[in-house]
Write a protein that binds this ligand. Structure first.
Ligand code: CA
Length: 220
């Protein structure tokens, strides 16, 4: 999943970016409101982490404009403003959650999973497709209850496909969701990950819909 991190504090921003990348997320980091606004208009994100006090456009204005144009990307506010009126304003402007700094990365990750589950319309903590089971919290995958080792990228790709198993996802969409601004991606990188996933899960596990993209297939 690709995340837009909007944070002007360089220490907090770089720490969060590194921590989230270690968890397998692609993270674009915008350091002011205007850069964030531009990023949101040009890239499709799975989640936005939004500081409120920012140079240029402040976080609440940014959020209000985002919701005005019917963009329903999940947003978690991360801020030092802990007063009740601030929290209420943040949530009423359209944030999905509100986390007060300082916070532990583990709590942020858990709240991100809650927001993602809510957006997917279910409360199941693990994803299942046939005999395949994926746990986003533990970063683990089982096929018929036998654990299958995965690299961070393979896991991220499988998660994208398993979230909506009926849907066909194009190579371009997978690239956009799995890689951030400064990450090099080769023309056949996605194909290589798909190849490796098929080797581990069975050749039919991921279907190639010619000219369109990939979707979960039959696992036998
Ligand atoms: Ca700030």
């Amino acid at each position: 999943m690709r995340i837009l991190l909007v944070e002007d504090d360089t220490l907090i921003g770089s720490g969060l970016q590194r921590g989230l990348q270690r968890e397998g997320f692609a993270v674009d980091w915008a350091q002011d409101g205007d850069a964030a606004s531009l990023a949101l208009r040009t890239t499709s994100y799975g989640l936005v982490l939004l500081d409120l006090g920012l140079p240029g456009q402040d976080g609440l204005t940014l959020l209000a404009r985002l919701r005005q144009r019917k963009d329903d990307v999940p947003v978690i506010i991360i801020t030092a403003r802990d007063a009740v009126p601030d929290r209420v304003a943040g949530l009423d402007t359209g944030a999905d959650d509100y986390l007060v700094k300082p916070f532990a990365l583990d709590e942020l990750l858990a709240r991100m999973r809650v927001v993602r589950r809510r957006q997917a319309g279910h409360s199941q903590t693990t994803l299942r497709v046939g005999p395949l089971r994926l746990d986003p919290a533990q970063h683990r995958v089982w096929l018929r209850e036998v654990e299958i080792p995965m690299t961070a990228r393979e896991f991220a790709l499988l998660l994208e496909l398993m979230q909506q198993p009926g849907l066909v996802v194009s190579r371009e969409q997978l690239e956009e969701r799995m890689y951030g601004w400064n990450e090099e991606i080769g023309s056949n990188t996605i194909q290589v990950h798909i190849h490796n996933l098929r080797r581990k899960l069975g050749t039919q596990a991921i279907r190639n819909v010619r000219g369109v993209g990939y979707q979960m297939g039959e696992i036998d």
